[in-house]
Design a protein around this ligand. Sequence first.
Ligand SMILES: [Zn+2]
Length: 490
Amino acid sequence: MQSQLKIFNTLTGKKEDFKPINPPKVLMYACGPTVYDLSHLGHARMALTFDVIQRYLRFAGYDVTFVRNITDVDDKIINKAKELNVRPEEIALKYTDTFHKDMHDLNAALPDVEPRATEYIEKMLAFTQSLIDAGHAYEAGGDVYFDVLSFKTYGKLKKQSLDEMIQGAREQVRSQSELKELKKNHFDFALWKSVDQKEPGWQSPWGWGRPGWHLECSTMIKNVLGETIDIHGGGEDLVFPHHENEIAQSEALHKKTLANYWIHNSFVQVEAEKMSKSLGNFRTIQSILESYSADTIRFFVLQTHYRSPIEFTEKSMESAKAGISRLIRAAQFAPEANGKTTDNIDIAPVEKLDQEFRKAMDNDFNTPQAVSALFGFADTIFVTTDPNTAKKYTEELRRYASVLGFTLEDNRRSLDPATTAKLKEIVQSLTETAADTDDASQLMEMLLSAREQARADKDYKRSDMIRDRLLEVGIKVMDVKGGKATWECS
Ligand SMILES: [Zn+2]
């Protein structure tokens, strides 16, 4: 029986039945990166969260259009360009490329549409003009501000009334630059900011300037997906003011709900501090990929529910590595045929996996439970003795794992050259012939066969010696009941 997908909606603070506007179609938007620097683990968490959500929706039979933008116009980009004395476009292009590489290396699918802010300037100007015409925005000294007092439900995503917010703001000390702004109210936000003619910008009815960040998402959603979408997502730091302001702009103009479900993922913490660029404790995705595989990073992220914070430590990464290794081993599992094989495969374990997996994911994308369903199925695989059944089970394991974006690829083939050289030495010393391959898997195959032979000959001294020499180079041999021994790098 198909269970009902439930999603925790930030807007209502409740888990709700997911009912798309026009099933099986699902329109989904997530805020993308501002491309001025390398992405860190916090970005990876957000990307992987929405990657898994769109993968699962497709798996569950929905026809998803997933849009994620690229913010390629922003003060941060322009400041960096000034610092390096290059054009802002160069910075934006460079970091769009590195972001794409990060996503590729993490096996995170690209969105169906990836609009760039600079391609939507005309549309943003039109959006702003419409808001002015409707009495929701005003021009002041070349800037255009959204008038929050004109939008009565402002604060509904943050869950604070406008009165409360205004009260709170009176008690805040304002920055110098803010005091210079010509806003009517503290919470009014810029749709358009005037800048000096010498600065990068665009001509507008209000003079030379640049668009506000919030306006960008509202405009792209309207033009790419429509006035109301099913799911809008992002990191929880975007709830206020970014998403609140997107709601204000879009709903004031269209008099329609912008998004029916708001999904926000939690932070990655490093020693209990939020991982962000400003804290300087970030690690880039590429630097983490030097030490850990994409599957390991994904396992680390998905073993916690997306709405709970996760703590990044070497220890947690090591345990993620051990966890994913078990699934990889299960996916490679192949018992040897003992004469008879069956075509009559028992599919009850596959059905159980399917049920558990969907139940977990239908409960607000509970990936830790989905991962534990994969583990339960892996246990079944390890005690399977029939090769045909094992083949079917390993295929199913891969299929369900791929919904979470795991490749379960045996990445042991590409050991580092130093380890491979040592393996060659061991092969040579044992067999007294030179190994004519640099393929780590093949070398390990030879060593495991030699060890198996030693065990068959009851020469346990030799079999232990092979195991110990491998351990010295960082390779752990594991005996599998009823099957061939397997191995992993420590
Ligand atoms: Zn956005």
